[in-house]
Ligand binder design. Structure first.
Ligand code: NAP
Length: 296
């Protein structure tokens, strides 16, 4: 059986492919460009899903935090379209399939929840959009919703910051931290809703393999930490000092004031429903994860 993965060529997708292949699935990535083991978005629209498609997974998205790529109107359009338009294409392919897959797993983000120093968010919290990213997230999740006559299950994984040595946030900070130039970001007191990449792909696979699961699952580790607890643990695992803070004005100069909010503010997000749905996290301790990040 095959799993079709939109945006599967990226950081999370590569880990997902490894897990999927180990379980005997054939992974077919959908990409903007033709490459081995990939079809293009045009191929998908033209030829549809393969007959043996067991699941569709959506992982596409222009990265939201890139140094010196501020959220200009053009960048905002890219952030929106790379998510929402690609989810719509997968949704349409599922609707058009003569034999629709059993499940559609679509990733989104904890940007859905409004940053707050004290509130604990779970999947049952309904939050009205309050900024650009939360509007994108609402529309991203809505674009995945299938018409009621389609029997494919929908699971949305609202992901926290995915930690892994080969992509995402860690790939961006590892050089300065390696050279002993790391430290807290902003006040350091903001929540960092983190998850180790093997658990991100573990939750996606759990949703595929368990037919009772539908709806929202928070993709965040059960033990949230503050941003400073993470940067301290990471510097310590690297055996480097944690001395050089990145003040808010530097974050704003590098990422632009609006995007820097993602680093400078955070939400405490708990995976209540993910646990209730039977997922067992492998990585729950940030110190242990940081040791793994530097040794892998
Ligand atoms: N990493 C995190 O910390 C994190 C946290 C929360 C949510 N997420 C979400 O999880 C998903 C996977 O994350 P990731 O870190 O694996 O992402 P990634 O590696 O940055 O990107 C995934 C794929 O998206 C496609 N893509 C990138 N820019 C695009 C654009 N402008 N238009 C269309 N497609 C584009 C690329 O595929 P092709 O080049 O093959 O087309 C890329 O391989 C993303 O939707 C991301 O927003 C990630």
């Amino acid at each position: 059986m095959s799993i079709v993965v939109g945006g599967g060529t990226g950081f999370v997708g590569k880990h997902f492919a490894k897990l999927g292949i180990s379980k005997g699935f054939k992974i077919i990535n959908v990409s903007r460009t033709a490459k081995p083991n990939c079809i293009t978005w045009n191929d998908l629209s033209r030829s549809g899903l393969p007959d043996d498609c067991a699941a569709v997974v959506s992982l596409s998205g222009e990265p939201i935090l890139q140094p010196f790529k501020w959220w200009t109107p053009e960048m905002k359009l890219k952030i929106r379209e790379s998510r929402i338009d690609k989810v719509k294409l997968l949704n349409q392919a599922i609707c058009a399939a003569p034999k629709p897959p059993g499940v559609f797993v679509s990733i989104s983000g904890v940007g859905y929840y409004k940053p707050d120093a004290h509130k604990e968010y779970t999947e049952s919290d309904i939050v009205e959009p309050f900024d650009f990213l939360s509007e994108v997230t609402r529309d991203w999740e809505a674009a995945a919703v299938l018409p009621s006559n389609v029997k494919t299950r929908l699971v949305v994984v609202r992901s926290g910051v995915v930690l892994g040595n080969d992509g995402g946030m860690v790939a961006n900070i590892k050089t300065p931290f390696y050279f002993g130039l790391g430290g807290p970001i902003g006040s350091g007191k903001q929540w960092l809703p983190w998850i180790y990449v093997e658990d991100t792909v573990g939750i996606i696979m759990h949703a595929i393999e368990n037919e009772h699961i539908t709806g929202i699952l928070n993709g965040t580790a059960p033990n949230p930490v503050t941003s400073e607890e993470f940067t301290k643990a990471y510097a310590s695992a690297l055996r480097r000092p944690h001395l050089f803070p990145m003040p808010a004005f530097v974050a704003k100069a590098v990422f632009g004031a609006e995007a820097a909010g993602v680093l400078l503010e955070g939400q405490k997000v708990l995976p209540k429903r993910t646990l209730e749905m039977g997922y067992t996290f492998k990585y729950t301790d940030i110190k242990w994860v940081c040791e793994k990040l530097v040794s892998s």
